[in-house]
Write a protein that binds this ligand. Sequence first.
Ligand code: RVP
Length: 498
Amino acid sequence: LPDKFEKLGLAYDDVLLLPNETDVIPSQVDTTTHLTREITMKTPAISAAMDTVTESEMAIAMARNGGIGVLHRNLSIDDQAAQVDMVKRSESGMITDPLTVGPEATLADLDKLCGRFHISGLPVVDKDNTLVGVITNRDMRFIAAEDYDKLKVKDVMTREKLVTGPADISREDAHDLLAKNKIEKLPLIDGEGKLAGLITVKDFVKTEQYPDATKDDQGRLRVAAGIGFLGDAWQRASALMEAGVDVLVVDTANGEARLALDMITRLKSDPAFAGVQIIGGNVATASGAQAMIDAGVDAVKVGVGPGSICTTRVVAGVGVPQLTAVYDAARVCQAAGVPCIADGGIHYSGDIAKALVAGASTVMLGGTLAGCEEAPGEKVLLHGKQYKLYRGMGSLGAMAPRGKKSYSKDRYFQADVTSGDKVIPEGVEGEVPYRGSLNAVLYQMIGGLHQSMFYIGAHNIKEMWEKGRFIRITDAGLRESHPHDILMTAEAPNYSGM
Ligand code: RVP
């Protein structure tokens, strides 16, 4: 037999970070990092491609806070592409192809459209795209909802003295026009009066409110989306790209599978996808990371089995404790100039710091974010406390949903299985405490990271890699780390017990 025992694998809880001499002020650290080779972000956090974590609402909130969301793929191609569209349209410097409405549409149609995209009004164009008016909340404020079916857009829209700008207007001039005329939407028109774009006051406000937002070069929020590698995966990738996705994540539980590597190579070598960054995963070893890099990825995602809902390590007996996995993969990644993403097993803000010190550029969060308001699903009341559903993408519920199609079970290479009792789950379903808005949760998680950087003496992520050192601890050390010898009577917003 060959030599079979690797070195000891360590988890986040097996280590602590050593304090150093420091001149760092926590509030002044720079957490700017690379998501992929070409995309940087101000906040090193990604929301997981899971159906109880990331749909458009979460993706919008993540990008506003300087991170990014990966839209899950357990839904039809059209629905997932529509989610991308919703994020890309949520705010922008200038919307080049704004949603519009025709003068003959009813107010009920308009109301539906506005509700779906969370917007407050639209430019009105006739059949050849000539701007004929603008309709906003203001025009509809005194109309009773019962009349929405009877009235048409043309009956109530603003058509006189329309304020418009030229298609190539500067941001400053647009701001002045909006302010001077006290309007919220500025349609842009070409020389023939055809609609060429739209600038809204909301976008200026959002830019001030979220200065760290992750945006593309048109000022739109960035978004990522998961894809597979079997069946109509290529079609899905194309549809997501058409909708404006920034990053595709070839999403599998075993990134070393030939099919997944081939998908990455195909995407990277097709000029049609040149504008989209490709993340591959998951791997848990140096050789796995190298295989991803050889296939051409723009970032490597690491984690086999650390997820809070994951049972791969017990069902298949496979995995690598996450801190060791991240460190081994990140060394290979850094040598190749490819960012590494630590995916799964992050419970406390201190774990984010440990993942970064181990060489990751970003972390992916599932369970930590599933309890947020912005995560899909309703709150439920259990024993007097509020919870939200959180389930693994390898759970029975996600791989064999009753009466519904699972689009994502190929993540576990079980795509040919149709009946629920033939699925081999690699995850569980449960509830996590409701945690309020993502803003508040990220404030604590990233605030904790700032504190770590202060203790380590790191002004930025690169200094985390260079200066951060671990000390291994024992079970007694772990017990000593957590609160002890006290009956906790008040909940801290960033601590939930061992
Ligand atoms: P956690 O943040 O610890 O909840 O882990 C989230 C990660 O777990 C996901 O990003 C994904 O890599 C992994 N996952 C998702 N589903 C399952 C499963 O069913 N085993 N695992």
